[in-house]
Design a protein around this ligand. Sequence first.
Ligand code: HEM
Length: 495
Amino acid sequence: MWFSNFLLSNEGVLLSVFLLLLIVYHLRNKNPKDFPPGPFALPFIGNFQIVGKKHPHIYFNKLAEIYGNVFSFCFGRDKMVIVSGYKMVKEALVTQADNFVDRPYSPMGDRFYSANSDGLFMSNGGKWKAQRRFALSTLRDFGLGKNRMEQCICEEIQYLQEEIEQEKGKLFRPAGLFNNAVSNIACQLVMGKRFDYSDHNFQLMLKNLSEILHLEGSIWGQLYESFPGVMKRLPGPHNKVFSNFNKVREFITQEVKSHKKDLDHNNPRDYIDTFLIKMENLKETDLGFTETNLVLCSADLFLAGTETTATTLLWALVFLIRHPDIQEKVQAEIDNVIGQTRQPSMADRPNLPYTDAVIHEIQRMGNIVPLNALRVAAKDTTLDGYHIPKGTSVLPVLTSVLFDKTEWETPDTFNPGHFLDADGKFVKREAFLPFSAGKRVCLGESLAKMELFLFFVGLLQKFTFSVPDGVELSTEGVYGATRVPEPFKVHAKTR
Ligand code: HEM
């Protein structure tokens, strides 16, 4: 009697609805047979213990120790598969390249892009292939492989050196300068011009970019990806991602407009010109050669090409200042091979094996894209014996590769020896994957490597970097879509 009374009461109705929802949720979200194991996920909110973790990539490494190299994890209601360790990440990205080449749906991406215009980073299928091929060939035409890009980087190094010299050895923040210098290379490529370090509007644009990347990887970004319906209606920092992205889009739209005014069909100056010409010649729009998509692809190149390389250069300062003996050894090698006045060139790289090894170790330990970007299973497949159904999001974690205990002699120690043989010659390492791997490997890898080498050598040729006595630079990093060093100031003593 009391039970039927309870069921008819307000509390009873509420409890019944809740239980019904739980049963529906359970039936809908039941794991398929042989799905990878993972930590217990709460209904509706999933494994929300990740929220508030300062370093999710380290947390994932710990989960891999418990559940193995292929395990499942729930962001909100979305179940995804996390892939860890060099061998398994290579299996997913290289051996099964076609199965995991696409990006999954992203609520945030959905607001940046549209069905017909989804840029370079988020596009899939024929449109992605056409846009990627076009971007790579434009990159080649504008200098990669020839020395035009090299010259452009060397010119920028001179501007950067002059700017640093003006600090006269006093403490300064290198982040803004490095961002501007590196961004100028992407700008030369995309829009054929550079921006002066004193250009206030451009500085604001760069601040926008940094904020986008920081917020995308923050708890706010994670909440938006998991609960877009709710987060869209709530105030909070996540809204800044969209307003900042609109500013970047507007900035590039203006560039496209001015390019259209003085476009010379026989003499394309940059990516925007080449795209505009392609658009006129190719009437098909389903390959993404539209003006809206031009703006979005340019924004992707600008975003991906700025913060990543600039952040790696900041990590370079952190590690060299923490290891002054290594800084000295790099400078001695540069002095010996290039001297202090001639500009560096890519032809010098084979003669600077120690310097090259140090740059690689900075990229490994800097680990600037710790989680990598998401992929999605194009069809039902198997990883490590587990069933991965079509449509499952897959995250091949780069931290787990760059710090894989079975691949690196001293994974947690800064050790340029990882890239040197017994005779001091540079050696490539298979598990060096900061740019990811497979068909969707970083599109700017060659450009980034050229920039890192030339900027790094150009900086150490001219300056010795240090911090005041008693200051120790942290290697912990601040986690966003990229992992950046905590803000710091340095002295740059002219050599
Ligand atoms: C140190 C510098 C850099 C690092 C560590 C880096 C790393 C990465 C990573 C991990 C990805 C994801 C790949 C995947 O999904 O498997 C990526 C994608 C991408 N990167 Fe980079 N990147 C760097 C510099 C650059 C530069 C300089 C550019 C362009 C000028 C660039 C353009 C892109 C683009 C367009 C994509 C998307 C590729 C696609 O989806 O097909 N990156 N990058």
